[in-house]
Write a protein that binds this ligand. Structure first.
Ligand code: C2E
Ligand code: CA
Ligand code: CA
Length: 879
């Protein structure tokens, strides 16, 4: 499409028209040539065909004439014999005729033939009886006309034309009589040959139609039927009694193109080219000219646009252009450059004018850079300050390059622009960067501080729990197969008391002291951490120079040294649990748990000592844990019940009271005494709950017995330190509505009744106010000072059975019991003896003035119902 458009430009139109005309003329001329050639060809064919046609006509007619001559003689000699007939016939069978045989049939029966030889069989043939020839023969007889039939295939072989002639003879009186028939056979092959049809030189293919003289409509008997379909040259062969249609085409058919066609076409093309080519060339030149003009116009417009743009760019960018003629030192400044330098006036300047404007500080450098650029011929690139007429400074950037002008002079051309603001921005940026750097250093330091704080305890400066976790995780991941680690888990003893009594400042001091002490005693490669409250951890390599146990002992000893706080001496201790990795790959968090188990054991075994984790310890802990779970469940199911052991007056042997003792009605293990659960219950802080349950049952029973007519003067209930320490104890007791004088609480002598414990003291006071007696239990086993005990003003003392049991055998023990009883009596405190196992004991204690007796000698602890029966039946009197 584009190509077409290009050809159809005005410059090519004349050439296109000429090409069209030449083509049309060429086609017409070619056609004309074809027509002429065809006509010439047809004439040539007709020239060859015409002699053949006339020879055929002449030969056939000649033969017929010869036969007619014979018939003429026959008419005159109708009775002629065979001999005569042969003689006559021989006369006409000349070389020039194509006759082959002749037969005469008077009355339609063949009786004469020539030549006889070969035709004997025909003699005697009756045409009327011959199916093949009857119809044809009868037609001849009927019409009285000669008929030329054939070609037919002959009985004797070969092909022939059969001419049948009717013969009539003069019957006298001017009338004729039908005599018979003469038939003559013309040899067809000879006819063809003699007519030139079979000639080798024949330049045409010939076909003949018109069997039996039927003309153009008859069937084809010579040549190819197809010739008639090829627009042949056709003629008619006139025969007696009919005609043939003869047609011819050149051998091999009509030529498609004329023989000289390509020569003529060549001439046409040549002529056409001679017309078209010059026109195309002219058109081409025209169009080139047009496009050159267009290109020129386009580049001119582009140039205009470019210079316009350049002008706008220079105007808006405030870039000034300058040029220096190097030899003459003449300087050319454009308006913007002048404005930049604060100059107005003529465009002509000199190098020195520029030099004068330079800032003195930059003068040398700027000149040198310029001189270098001129000398090297390389690009000039420089920054410098100039002084404006008003005295202010301006930063200018200059770039340029040297060239040789059209006039052959060396010049340097370049641009200047104001970079003052760039310089200022850069200064500001430098400052900002400096500040940012300073700031980020500060941030970095702060981050370090925060990181340190996050991983350290602010009070002691030791690593904290989080740091420990990190270290444990880290060492667990990157363990050293050679170095197994141990973990010390430590808990300060008595820290809580110091904190509670002396205040937090003292507590802090103690913690700092402990931290310093641990760091000081540990190896410097050991990791020491405070992981909360008064708990510390040391992670160290086990099996080092100092065994774990030795280090632990050293720490315990150091910790047991008194610490001075203000003018007070504080004593603390430390319990240590130690666990070591059994394999270097053991998870350290498990080791820490094991150390914790060992610590628990150390505390359980009386504190201020160290224990090392073992498998058995773990099992024991597990068992304790199981018991603890069972106790909690037992409490929920009210499995803790009170049993009662009565106390007696030594003289009257009346029941003066009962002691309620806890029993655990365990679902599988049966009834359990306190030693099976009390320790564990203490560990998990549920003794107070058990105490409460026993107290409630004791109160309930005392009413029940009373309702059943059994009077028990008082019931005593054991009170644990935890319960005594409970701030809610009094509220609970108030709710129970306890009848005055019927209940007493047994407090262990081992409980320290220090003045410091405000809650305990106030609780004791208020218990008394509620009308509940206080008894000191297990008296003689603890180390309480008599003085502090007296401050409590208890109602009774219960002498521990360890003191009571030996009185039978040891006079000293007996005196001790006696003096306790004496002191008690003198202070108005009743004294009860526990563990009275025999009546002998009872007797001696009675002698010693004891106020009450409790022991197996009279009764063991029993259920509430048993006790009711026991008291009702007064069974002990029987004993
Ligand atoms: P305890 O307060 O000294 O109680 C007296 C213990 O001595 C009872 O043991 C009792 O069965 C036993 N006993 C009585 N007569 C004799 C005797 O003739 N010979 C010997 N060998 N023992 C005798 P039990 O019931 O096993 O209680 C043991 C300890 O458990 C009690 O000692 C008491 O400290 C504590 N306990 C018992 N019940 C409670 C309770 O409800 N609360 C608290 N906090 N502690 C309780
Ligand atoms: Ca008791
Ligand atoms: Ca006791």
């Amino acid at each position: 499409m584009k190509k077409l458009a290009r050809v159809l430009t005005p410059s090519y139109i004349p050439a296109v028209i000429a090409a069209f005309v030449v083509c049309v003329a060429g086609i017409l001329a070619d056609n004309q040539n074809q027509v002429v050639a065809e006509a010439r060809m047809r004439a040539k064919v007709a020239d060859e065909l015409n002699p053949i046609r006339s020879k055929l006509e002449a030969n056939v007619n000649g033969n017929i004439q010869l036969v007619r001559g014979l018939i003429g003689t026959l008419v005159t000699e109708p009775g002629m014999d065979q001999k005569r007939f042969s003689a006559l016939s021989r006369g006409i069978f000349t070389e020039r005729s194509q006759l082959r045989s002749i037969a005469a049939a008077p009355d339609l029966v063949v009786s004469l033939v020539y030549p006889v030889a070969g035709n004997e069989k025909a003699l005697g043939l009756d045409y009327r009886k011959n199916a093949a020839q009857r119809a044809a023969v009868m037609r001849v007889g009927d019409t009285g006309q000669m008929v030329l039939a054939g070609p037919v295939d002959l009985v004797q072989g070969g092909r022939g034309l059969i001419g049948r002639f009717p013969v009539s003879i003069d019957a006298g009186g001017g009338s004729n009589r039908f005599w018979g028939i003469v038939s003559a056979i013309i040899d067809l092959d000879r006819l063809y040959a003699d007519s030139g049809l079979l000639s080798e030189q024949l330049g045409v293919d010939v076909a003949i139609a018109g069997r039996d003289g039927s003309g153009a409509s008859g069937s084809v008997f010579f040549g190819d039927q197809k010739i008639f379909e090829q627009a042949p040259v056709a003629m008619t062969v006139l025969l007696p009694g009919g005609s043939w249609h003869i047609a011819a085409v050149p051998k091999g058919g009509w030529p498609a193109t004329a023989g000289n066609a390509w020569f003529i076409r060549g001439l046409i093309v040549l002529g056409g080219l001679m017309i078209i080519l010059p026109m195309v060339l002219t058109g081409r030149l025209m169009s080139e000219r047009q496009s050159n003009i267009r290109a020129l116009r386009h580049s001119k417009a582009q140039l205009q646009e470019l210079s316009h743009r350049l002008k706008i760019a220079l105007d808006s960018s405030q870039i000034g252009i300058w040029e220096l003629d190097i030899a003459s030192r003449k300087l050319l400044w454009d308006d913007r450059t002048k404005a930049l330098y604060g100059h107005a006036g003529s465009a002509r300047q000199a190098y020195d004018d520029w030099k004068e404007t330079l800032h003195p500080d930059d003068l040398d450098r700027a000149e040198q850079e310029f001189a270098e650029a001129l000398e090297s011929g390389l690009a000039y690139n420089s920054d410098f300050r100039i002084r404006l007429p008003d005295g202010s400074a301006r930063h200018v950037r200059a770039i340029g390059s040297t060239y040789v002008g059209a006039d052959g002079r060396r010049k340097i051309v370049g641009v200047n622009w104001d970079v003052t603001s760039d310089f200022e921005t850069r200064e500001t940026l430098f400052e900002a960067k400096r500040l940012a750097e300073a700031h980020s250093a500060e941030l970095e330091a702060a981050r370090h501080r925060m990181e340190f704080n996050a991983l350290h305890d602010p009070l002691t400066g030791l690593p904290n729990r989080r740091f420990l976790d990190q270290v444990l995780a880290d060492r667990s991941r990157h363990f050293d197969a050679q170095a197994k680690l141990s973990i010390f888990h430590m808990d300060l003893d008595r820290f809580k008391q110091i904190n509670d009594t002396l205040g937090h400042a003292a507590g802090d001091e103690i913690l700092r002291h402990a931290a310093a002490l641990l760091s000081g005693n540990a190896n410097e490669r050991d990791f020491v951490a405070r992981i909360g409250g008064d708990e510390f951890v040391i992670v160290r390599q086990s099996g080092g120079a100092e065994p774990d146990a030795r280090l632990a002992a050293r720490i315990i000893e150091a910790m047991s040294m008194p610490v001075r706080y203000k003018d007070q001496e504080c004593r603390i201790g430390v319990s240590i649990g130690i666990a070591a990795q059994s394999h270097a790959a053991d998870d350290l968090s498990h080791v820490l748990v094991n150390a914790d188990i060992a610590l628990y054991e150390a505390k359980r075994r009386g504190r201020n000592r160290h224990e090392t984790f073992t498998g058995e310890l773990k099992t024991a802990v597990f068992k304790t844990k199981q018991t603890a779970d069972e106790i909690l469940r037992g409490l929920e199911h009210n499995e803790f019940i009170a049993h009662f052991q009565p106390q007696f007056c030594p003289r009257s042997l009346d029941i003066i009271g009962v002691e309620a003792l806890a029993r655990w009605d365990h679902p599988t293990k049966g009834l359990l005494a306190p030693h099976a659960f009390l320790k564990t219950a203490e560990d998990i802080n549920v003794v107070a709950a058990i105490d409460q349950a026993i107290l409630e049952q004791a109160l309930f029973q005392i009413y029940r017995w009373e309702a059943n007519g059994i009077r028990i003067p008082k019931v005593s209930v054991n009170l644990s330190y935890a319960r005594l320490h409970d701030e809610n104890l009094i509220d609970r007791l108030e709710q129970l509505q306890i009848p005055a004088g019927r209940l007493s609480f047994e407090l262990l002598e081992s409980i320290s009744f220090d003045e410091s414990d405000v809650t305990v003291l106030s609780n004791i006071r208020r218990i008394k106010e509620l009308g509940i007696d206080i008894e000191i239990d297990d008296f003689g086993t603890g180390y309480a000072s008599i003085v502090s005990l007296l401050k409590l003003t208890p109602r009774r003392l219960k002498i521990d059975r360890q003191l009571v049991l030996p009185i039978l055998n040891s006079a000293a023990e007996k005196r001790l019991v006696e003096s306790i009883i004496d002191i008690g009596t003198s202070l108005g405190i009743e004294v009860i003896a526990e563990g009275v196992e025999t009546l002998e004991h009872a007797h001696i204690l009675k002698e010693l003035g004891c106020h009450g007796l409790q022991g197996y000698a009279f009764a063991r602890p029993m259920s509430a119902n048993d006790l009711a029966t026991f008291a009702f039946e007064r069974r002990w009197l029987a004993a």
